[in-house]
Design a protein around this ligand. Structure first.
Ligand SMILES: Nc1ncnc2c1ncn2[C@@H]1O[C@H](COP(=O)(O)OP(=O)(O)OP(=O)(O)O)[C@@H](O)[C@H]1O
Ligand SMILES: [Mg+2]
Length: 217
């Protein structure tokens, strides 16, 4: 499903080397955790898989395909990949419902179906009563659950989650993570999650440990 082969990534014209030859494969339906200390390159690796950044060299394939053009890439990524960011990245002045509709509008999906799906997901994640509130008015836990709803709106086959519970207290962390696992498993989705939380990582099928831009085990 996801194939990464000898991927290198640096910033600042090569001055900051971040990924130094990362290779890994993730099977369809697999739940993979990426662990490692702050700054080892987890978010960067997720951004490459999501196509938000391009690698300097190496190969990133989704479903056996490497995108050749920007248009191809955008089309594939909008449909197949959902991303829950380290900081939720919801637009603060829009309501939660408006935020959730953004990915649907991006792919030109049916609004009626999307509204139905949003209601179901919001019900499952306990934010149904918050959909018409602006994001500013939501608590941290509600924002993170809302971000999960948004990431799943187009029913992507791959969910990338970057510290999806990092900003939450313990009680909310447990709630949001259980929801995430439940939705991923029920939907037969593939999950790649960056986390510092070893207990959370251990609840995935497999844990990859990163250190200084490399996968060490
Ligand atoms: N756009 C950028 N420009 C310059 N340096 C960057 C950029 N993005 C990331 N870096 C650097 O790359 C390194 C890896 O960052 P990354 O965000 O991938 O780490 P991480 O493993 O996700 O860390 P954390 O656990 O703190 O989220 C860091 O040293 C960071 O400062
Ligand atoms: Mg990170």
């Amino acid at each position: 499903m996801i194939e990464i082969n000898d991927v290198w990534k640096s910033f600042d014209d090569g001055k900051i080397a971040v990924l130094k030859g990362v290779s890994m494969q993730v099977a369809a339906g697999e739940l993979l955790a990426l662990c490692g200390t702050s700054g080892c390159g987890k978010s960067t690796l997720l951004s490459l898989i999501a196509g938000l950044e391009d690698c300097d060299r190496g190969i990133v394939k989704i479903d056996g395909r490497e995108w050749k053009t920007e248009k191809e890439k955008v089309a594939l990524l909008r449909k197949e990949i959902g991303f829950v960011f380290q900081l939720h990245h919801l637009m603060p002045d829009l309501t939660l419902a408006e935020n959730c509709m953004v990915p649907v509008i991006a792919v030109g999906g049916s609004m009626a179906m999307a509204k139905q799906r949003m209601s179901e997901l919001a019900e499952m994640t306990g934010v149904a009563h918050r959909l018409d509130r602006s994001v500013r008015e939501l608590s941290g836990g509600e924002r993170q659950r809302g971000a999960l709803v948004r990431a799943l709106m187009n029913d992507p086959r791959i969910l990338l989650a970057d510290e999806p519970t990092g900003a939450l207290d313990e009680a909310n962390r447990e709630i949001v993570f259980n929801l995430l696992l439940d939705l991923v498993k029920k939907g037969g989705k593939t999950l790649v999650m960056a986390t510092h939380d070893r207990a959370m990582a251990d609840r995935c099928d497999r844990v990859l440990q990163m250190r200084d831009g490399r996968i060490v085990m």
